[in-house]
Design a protein. Structure first.
Length: 281
């Protein structure tokens, strides 16, 4: 059974250790310029052949990172995939950005992918079609669009947002025009959402810091997942020291994340992860 590759963003002190439980590395380009250790980690990761997806940092900065620096880091890092800049909940502006970013030459093994945006579901479906017309065959779907709650009203807003995205993605998967498109799911409000896609093989990658953020807030996943999204984000915890983190909770949540969603466990990695911890990463 085909399953997506998964990456959980982590504080700086866990970058090397995260290779024990992440299928690939998810890179935030603004941190490459701001943090020497972060930059060196990703340079080393690519040199070792780690699979890297580079974001454009819209979620962290409120707008995509500087164009010149994005181009620089795509050329320097040569990520396997690069998420071109998008504009939050603006379909036509996002499509215009996606068109602009197709003019550049990229490293031979770098694939450019785009994010679906829109002010409502109709605008977002139109954006998806425009992106496909531009030649993009892998599209990203954010977890945070406010209209998901209108698409699937629920007394629990986090649950409604998750169910709204599921309904939206199901619609994308059913569109004939997008039949050759694969998808990346950006983040989540509640972790159990990923088990609601019936293991669709066209959902090929996921990134979310949810199990790590929950652990850092001393929240352990239940058998069903969580009822609400952890309030903290990586900006709050990126500088944590190794000794300030309870690794048992991090590992527990990551393992539970895979179990509740029906994903393969990571037993082949567990030993190496524990060795990294013992060696003082």
């Amino acid at each position: 059974m085909s399953q997506p590759i998964i990456s959980h963003e982590v504080p700086r002190c866990l970058l090397t250790a995260s290779q024990g439980f992440n299928d690939y590395d998810y890179c935030l380009p603004h941190l490459l310029d701001q943090d020497e250790e972060y930059k060196q980690y990703f340079i080393d990761a690519r040199n070792k052949g780690r699979y890297v997806i580079m974001d454009n940092s819209l979620h962290e900065l409120g707008e995509a990172y500087n164009n010149e620096r994005l181009l620089y880091w795509v050329g320097e890092l040569k990520p396997n995939e690069f998420i071109v800049p998008d504009v939050w909940m603006q379909g036509h502006m996002t499509a215009a950005q996606a068109k602009y970013w197709r003019q550049f030459e990229y490293p031979e093994n770098t694939k450019i992918i785009a994010v679906i945006q829109g002010k409502d579901k109709n605008d977002a479906y139109l954006c998806a079609n425009l992106l496909r017309n531009l030649g993009y065959d892998k599209l990203c779907v954010s977890y945070g669009a406010t209209w998901y709650n209108d698409f699937f009203p629920h007394t629990n807003p986090d649950m409604g947002k998750a169910l709204g995205r599921v309904r939206f993605v199901q619609g994308l998967l059913a569109l004939e025009h997008l039949k050759d498109v694969n998808f990346h799911l950006l983040g989540c409000s509640i972790p159990q959402e990923f088990g609601w896609y019936d293991s669709n093989p066209r959902i090929v990658s996921i990134d979310t810091s949810n199990p790590v953020m929950a652990a850092l807030e001393d929240i352990e996943y239940g058998d069903h997942g969580l009822d609400n999204k952890p309030k903290a984000n990586m900006n709050d915890h990126f500088d944590l020291k190794f000794e300030e983190i309870e690794y048992g909770s991090v590992l527990y949540n990551i393992n539970k994340f895979r179990k509740i969603n029906g994903f393969r466990p990571y037993p082949e990695h567990t030993g190496s992860f524990i060795n990294l911890v013992k060696n003082g990463i």
